[in-house]
Write a protein that binds this ligand. Sequence first.
Ligand SMILES: Cc1cc2nc3c(=O)[nH]c(=O)nc-3n(C[C@H](O)[C@H](O)[C@H](O)COP(=O)(O)OP(=O)(O)OC[C@H]3O[C@@H](n4cnc5c(N)ncnc54)[C@H](O)[C@@H]3O)c2cc1C
Length: 214
Amino acid sequence: LRTPGGTVRARAVGIATGAYTAGGLTPLLRGRLMPILSNSIVTRPLTAAELDATGFRTKLVLTDTRTLRHYYRLLPDNRLQIGSRSAITGADAGHPRHLQVLIDGMHRKFPVLHGIEIDYSWWGWVDVSHDMMPRIFRAEPQGNLFYALGYGGNGVSYSAQAGRRMAQMIGGKDFIGQDLPIFTSALPTHAFAPFRRIGQRMLYRWYHARDEAA
Ligand SMILES: Cc1cc2nc3c(=O)[nH]c(=O)nc-3n(C[C@H](O)[C@H](O)[C@H](O)COP(=O)(O)OP(=O)(O)OC[C@H]3O[C@@H](n4cnc5c(N)ncnc54)[C@H](O)[C@@H]3O)c2cc1C
């Protein structure tokens, strides 16, 4: 492995770099991940009256059923965190209109929170595979390059399980379910990979229109 700090020799390599996998890391992964942006905001802590008016009864995670869904929850200190898809490119991700999309979405769900201060906002990439299925895979049949990738924005708990399975595969240990396609097939590529941001833009418009009509 050639790194900026030196060369590392290893018997096996496991790649678990999520959506931040560099395009040139290995040709075996070229065009196989479609990083998608997730934007999030967090309000100031809600007052007792606001809590009552919003009707929150749980601190468990919640989601609506839109395709471009909002995912949200009440944090331990009673702040509301809400996230969704909005920006397409990293260069555009910090644009105020994406913050506004989330704020508008929050107002529609909780009109009582209209005008509430937003204390935090951020965005980041999630590693989506072209068939929405993650893979924990030996990238070359006889080689020692493995990867665990493609969690589609659901990797917080799943990545721990995937890391364990990848370690078992690297260590040559068998486990039940090893014949499932997530362990036996590569992340698929996409014929239109170079043009996918154009397609994503059109899809987002369509999803938005369909979500609004439903
Ligand atoms: C805004 C946002 C909201 C999300 N919300 C949720 C959620 O609500 N629920 C959920 O389940 N998941 C969520 N996710 C997805 C979840 O965070 C990821 O699926 C998960 O963190 C992936 O874990 P990982 O260990 O595979 O990769 P990561 O946690 O992304 O770690 C990859 C690491 O690899 C490092 N790296 C990259 N390239 C190299 C290199 N060449 N050499 C060495 N190191 C490298 C990176 O610096 C990073 O530390 C969200 C992600 C984002 C961005």
